[in-house]
Write a protein that binds this ligand. Sequence first.
Ligand code: IPM
Ligand code: MG
Length: 370
Amino acid sequence: MNKEKSNYQILLLPGDGIGVEVLPQAVRIIRAATEFYDLDIEYSEALVGGCAIDEYGEPLPTATLELAKVADAVLLGAVGGPQWESLPMQQRPERGLLGLRSGLSLFANLRPAMTFPALARSSSLKLDLVSGLDLLIIRELTGGIYFGQPRGVKVNQGVREGINTYVYNEHEISRIARVAFDMARKRRGRLCSVDKANVLEVTQLWRDVVTETHAEYPDVELEHMYVDNAGMQLVRSPKQFDVIVTGNMFGDILSDVAAMLTGSLGMLPSASLDANNKGMYEPVHGSAPDIAGKNLANPLATILSAAMMFRYSLEQPAAADLIEQAVQATLDDGLRTADIYTPGTTKVNTLTMADNVLKNMSNIFQSGLR
Ligand code: IPM
Ligand code: MG
């Protein structure tokens, strides 16, 4: 992407449930940032997930994918809900998400898990294990068992048989490994590659290729870990990790574990990037149908996803920093949505939380100018 560029196109995909409440709040934050930094952003909006099924009969309409392809970045709320759960697999809202990932070649999924000091006490782990936690899971997102062929359920001599295929080629492995080594280099210089090389040949290849790629990054410390051990280590002593890189399915599982460690699933952003840093940005949490429509949802994960968008796809790190600092300041002010509320703090709704992030953005920006 052209570094001089300051006009961008963003596709907004609110999706379902609380997605339609949190996404507009993130847009308010983006608009403020574009004013402060004199950026020019054009927005388009489209349907994905359950709302697209209701409107067009499919979770990822062609028009949505086409808009996503021409955008510089996509900001997504959440998809899914109980009313679509009985549909056949190919028509479920989640397919919309998977279709965007593969249709846009978003192979690198970045899932940071960090403990906000103000929230460390809400973790299910002891405070000293999680305070100051800052790890980054890099999950391969367009290959592995999620997409491998053959797949399906068939009847074999009168017996139903289900099959999925766990496949990676060496190019898929080396390109995600490079993303992970690059990230580790910018952080604390340590990478842990997670596999099941003691049982699965495909992950023996994974281990070999990651080791070969390491030759390009002698300054990064590389370690390999079996996935069962990694799950255990994540809950035993999570601060041993800096960057973790793994395949699609292991990454799905480990990133939920890591998210829970922070005590604040409602706080975690994610980025899914292609080879040119075009990206889709979304909160790690789901559509939370139980609280949808009540102005109760925590908008901070989506707001922090917008910060990641400024950092990775728009190359506007100052805007990203400003948003992150404003979120931090808002938490330090004691404001909490219901999901992160603890006695002694101030419970606020979705809108008020975003109002306060905006106020803090403005304060921090002004004080930087003085
Ligand atoms: C995630 C989700 C998705 C996945 C589902 C909704 C398809 O669990 O993003 O982690 O498994 O990738
Ligand atoms: Mg998941």
